[in-house]
Structure formats: C-alpha cells, structure tokens
Design a protein around this ligand. Structure first.
Ligand code: SF4
Length: 483
C-alpha cells in the first residue's frame, strides 16, 4: 500500500488524539434515520473516527442541517461555546513569476511578461508597516515559483523582516515553493527529506516561523496531474510538511475543491492530511515537533482561468459526474472535461465533513474570502471556529474571480451576530483580545454609523475583465448579492 493508494479505505477506527470527554456544549445532537446516535456521539466526542466509506455515506446521505449540527457540536467540544476567532495578517504575494502552469490559476506570469513582478524588500516592508499599524501580528507570504531568485534573496528577506518587525510572525512559503527551492538551489543531501531539511534550516535560521498550506489543491493523482502542470506531487507536498513538523514548525493544510474532482477525492485528501498528522504527532510531538494546526477548504474560482473555460456538468443529464467515477476507480472518457462548481451548500457540507473527519486538527477555518461574508458567518455553525484574517490584500484568488475584503469591525460584527464572542488570535491560536459585548473597545461596538461602515467596507472586489490580474474594482454588497 502506498500513501496515495485510494483503495486503502478500511482502516480500523482509532480514538482521536484530540479526543475529549463528550461535553458537546450541552447541545442535543440531531438524530437521523439510519445513523446510530451512539456512533455519531462517539464521532463528535472524538472517541471514534470516521472511515472514508462512512464519510462518503455521510456526505451523500446526511441532511445538511444534521451534518452541520454534528460538526458544530464537534467544534464546541474543541473550542467551547463562546469564542470564535480571527487574525489580523497580510497576504503578501512576493512574486507572480512561476514555473508551474496550474490550469486554475490566473495569477502566474512568465518572467518575460510585461506585468510580471517581484517585490523589493522596501515594497514588502511598506506592506508590513501598514499591517503593524493596523494591529496585525503576522504575514502570510507566498509567491510563484521564481527560478530567478537565489536562496540568499529569501534569507536576506527573512533577516530584513525580523530586524525591522521582530514582533511579526512570518508564515511563509508553501510546499510547492519548497520543492522548487530544492530544484533551484540543489542543496546537499541524498534524499528529498535531507535536501528539504537543509533549505528549511537556512530559512528557519533567517527567521521563518511557520508554513502555510498552499498548493494542496486535491491530492488524488488523476486530478492533480490535470490541474497542476509542473507542480509538485501530493507525496512531495506531504513530505515538505513532515520535514517542517520534524523541525518544529507548525503548518496548515488546504484543499481547493469544486472542479473536476469526485467527492471521494475530497475525502481521500482529508484522509492523507489526517494520516500524516497522526504520524507527525506520533513521531515528533514529544520532541517539540510541529503539526498541522489548521485546515481550510475553499471552492475553485473560475474567472480568467483555463480550467474555468471547461464546461459545467449538467446534474440533470442523467450521466454520472466523471470525477466521481474516476475517484471510485472507474475510468471515464469525460474525466477532466467537465467541472462541477461548488455552491454554498456544497461548501458547507464539505466544511462540516472536514470538521468531523479531521479529528486531529485543531482549527477549521471558514472561507468567507471566496464564499462571501454571510456564508462565512454560517460556516461558524458548520464546524468552523475561525474566520481567518481581516483581508488587507489578496492577489491570487482575486485574479481568478471574486474575493471579499472585510475590516476588523465587520469581521467582529459577523462573529457576534452569529452568536459568538469575537476574539483576535495569533498564529498559535492564543487569544490576544477578547471582545464580549461589555468590552467598549470592541472594534464592532465602537462603530456609531454602522450603515455607512457597511456600505463603505463590505465590498465585493471583482477583476476588471479588460485590466491586468489583481486590478480590482469595488462593487457594492447589494450588487454582489444579486449576482
Ligand atoms: S497556483 Fe501557484 S504554483 Fe500554480 S501556477 Fe499559480 S502561482 Fe504557480
């Protein structure tokens, strides 16, 4: 059995490393015909694990509201009933020059393109200064895989950031970038692990704090090779994270779904994350190693991308979706030639399942950046404990369609009106500021003219169709709701 064997689904149930006594926040669990209440209670409390077959059955058969409430109960076991978090960070995409040609990407450029760029240290520094002035605590820095940048460019950048902004956590460089670092820099070592370790040690010494989970997409090989040309294999992605964990770095994991993949591919993806997390915890936790701290899944955004031009599957056609057939081991000649875009309920169902399946991952993030503020708010009742970041800047997803930009008051307002107390966290999920309704310094409670704040701030940004990628125009919220 290889780690990517999609047929290896019959693992025995094991207790979760995060298993806690079944408190469930005092909430009754919904009962669904055909689902053993004792079994679902064990899943929610973390004393039993979902198998892949069970997860697939739940995805297809459980009523949406029941799945959401089970995921919410699981979230309350881990995070309590009261507080839901957000972070203030800044997404800095240091270069758009990239050796890969992902078909879902509207961000990448060749070095020779007129609108290719690599930010200077001064430009990056100005962005971090703005973040610090806004009360931010971390930067999320990822870029294209740019063969023109030597290792010293990255090391000097880390040193520059740590010298200028020692208080800022540097969450940077996704696994595909690390795999390309190995190719670009040809570090010493006999194995990929050793070469990675050498690069990691250089960057950690220079100031790297943790790793984001970009480039996960969908791990299943048939899907990955069609959407991620020249991008690292799933096993390499997972190996980068394992080396990071060994060296004490925490990381996150991601999944981009709602394109050519089958539902079973999503579960296979979660299964690999869970399995490799088990190994990292077993092998490295005692020695101070890292782990996946968070998982976030978002739907593919199609605008301006080659994959977005692939026709959409018609669910009324009577034909099975080719991705589902492939994921279950049945070849299909239309595989990769039809997409199945994910709407709100698909998103919520997938996120809820991730909360139940990934029993060894602490945080599940809501993707309001792609789904919009109101679905993001709803996601907190479908297993998400974290609303991610106030979005000061976003270039990659916005190049492929729509992203939403929210201020801290609006983010706090969304959390509060969903029934929770907003709290700002850091990268380690430590609570920095908690804003109960009695806290007059709460960012949302300081707003006097709320309607003006909403109109001004809750904007949907769309890419100008005739402009360069990332050239955004504000659209009012009411317009976005009518789209
Ligand atoms: S998604 Fe990332 S790796 Fe893929 S082409 Fe775009 S920038 Fe490059």
């Amino acid at each position: 059995m290889t780690v990517l064997d999609q047929t290896s689904t019959n693992r025995p149930n094991r207790p979760s490393p995060y298993g806690l006594p079944a408190g469930l926040g005092g909430m009754p669990l919904p009962e669904v015909s055909g689902v053993d209440p004792g079994w679902i209670r064990a899943i929610v409390s973390g004393t039993e694990r979902l198998t892949r077959e069970q997860a697939l059955d739940l995805y297809h058969q459980a009523p949406l509201h029941a799945l959401g409430r089970w995921a919410d109960a699981r979230c309350r076991v881990l995070h309590g009933d009261a507080i839901r978090t957000y972070v203030i960070d800044r997404n800095i995409n240091y270069t758009n020059v990239c050796t890969a040609h992902c078909t879902f990407c509207a961000f990448r450029r060749d070095d020779s393109d007129s609108d290719s760029y690599t930010l200077t240290y001064d430009e990056i520094g100005r962005k971090v200064r703005e973040l610090v002035d806004a009360g931010g605590t971390q930067i999320l820095m990822q870029g294209g895989m740019n063969a023109g940048l030597p290792l010293s460019w990255y090391e000097d950048l880390m040193r520059y950031l740590k010298a200028e902004f020692p208080q800022v956590h540097v969450h940077a460089f996704s696994p595909p970038e690390f795999i390309e670092f190995v190719r670009f820099f040809d570090p010493p070592g006999d194995t990929l692990d050793h070469k990675l370790e050498w690069v990691f040690c250089r960057l950690i010494a220079a100031g790297l704090d943790s790793l984001p989970g970009g480039g996960g997409e969908i791990f299943a090989y048939p899907v990955r090779r069609r959407i991620g040309y020249d991008k690292c294999r799933a096993e390499d992605w997972l190996t980068v994270m394992r080396v990071a964990h060994k060296l004490g770095l925490n990381t996150s994991a991601t999944m981009m779904f709602g394109h050519i993949e089958g539902i079973a591919d999503r579960i296979h993806h979660m299964d690999l994350v869970r399995d490799w997390q088990d190994r990292s915890i077993a092998d490295f936790a005692a020695g101070g190693g890292g782990r996946y701290k968070a998982f976030i899944a978002w739907p593919f955004q199609r605008e301006n991308t080659p994959l977005g031009r692939v026709p959409e599957w018609d669910p009324d056609s009577g034909e099975p979706f080719p991705g589902d057939e492939m994921a279950l081991g049945r070849d299909h000649d239309r595989f990769g030639k039809q997409v199945r875009m994910a709407g709100a309920t698909t998103y919520l169902r997938t996120q809820a399942l991730s909360r139940l399946y990934l029993d060894n991952i602490y945080s599940i993030g809501a993707s309001w950046v792609t789904m919009g503020p109101h679905i993001g708010q709803l996601a907190m009742s479908f297993g998400a404990n974290d609303m991610g970041s106030v979005m000061m800047e976003e270039n990659v997803v916005s190049a492929a369609g729509t992203t939403y930009c929210l201020t801290e008051p609006v983010l706090c307002h969304l959390i509060r009106t969903a029934g929770f107390i907003p709290a700002q966290r850091d990268n380690e999920y430590n609570l920095l500021r908690v804003y109960p309704a009695t806290n007059e310094r709460a960012p949302d409670l300081e707003i006097r003219d709320w309607s003006e704040q909403r109109a001004e701030r809750m904007t949907l940004h769309g890419v100008k169709q005739d402009g360069p990628a990332g050239d955004v125009v504000p659209i009012t919220l009411s317009q976005s709701e009518s789209n």
